[in-house]
Design a protein around this ligand. Structure first.
Ligand SMILES: [Zn+2]
Length: 201
């Protein structure tokens, strides 16, 4: 995009908004001109909200989830079952599981998956934190809820191998074919899991 005829503060904001996921140069320009017409107080409140998430949000030292308190509300809740820990890739996965209302255990957020192709090894995600946490607590079951793709499966396998000798029950989310999905379009991982997890009919 040619910024030469654009006032510097405007081109700067376009560049900044362009860094957001899903926001291309055109959307960034549209948002910038929208913000330009916004009342100053509203714009200030938005800018302050962005700063506040950086200044007031931290990682829970127990589960590594993003939180505004440490420990977070889930880790601090005596009503939750602290003997069951569900391992997820990202904080957003917790929101998805919480929405089901079917889980009362606690979580551990890895903040990524092992992906040699991207140069991400076990030390780059929160596996060390998981191990010391397991050793220091009375966890009896670990649910591996990483995504059912290559990296997610490999990460689950890696953690399973580390935890198995500790005598803790390790489970993996059951995954089947998507309802209404065509068998021929299912990827091999989904299909393999669907086969392995097959039930009496
Ligand atoms: Zn926590």
């Amino acid at each position: 995009m040619n910024f030469q005829s654009t006032p510097e503060p405007i081109s700067h904001l376009i560049e900044e908004l362009n860094k957001l996921p899903g926001i291309g140069p055109k959307s960034a320009a549209r948002l910038t001109y929208y913000l330009l017409r916004m009342p100053k107080e509203e714009a200030r409140s938005m800018a302050e909200a962005i700063l506040a998430v950086k200044e007031k949000v931290m990682l829970c030292s127990v589960c590594q989830n993003i939180s505004d308190s440490d420990p977070c509300r889930i880790c601090d809740n005596p009503q939750r079952d602290h003997s069951v820990t569900c391992i997820v890739e990202e904080p957003l996965d917790i929101l998805a599981i919480e929405r089901t209302g079917k889980y009362s255990g606690v979580y551990h957020v890895l903040h990524g998956v092992i992906s040699p192709a991207d140069g991400i090894g076990p030390d780059d995600i929160k596996i060390k934190e998981l191990l010391s946490r397991i050793q220091a607590s009375d966890v009896t079951e670990i649910i591996l809820a990483t995504n059912p793709n290559l990296e997610g499966e490999a990460t689950a396998m890696y953690i399973q191998r580390l935890i198995a000798p500790m005598g803790i029950r390790v489970t993996r989310l059951a995954r089947g074919l998507p309802a209404g999905g065509d068998l021929e379009y299912a990827d091999e991982i989904t299909l393999t899991r669907a086969l392995e997890g097959r039930q009496e009919f």
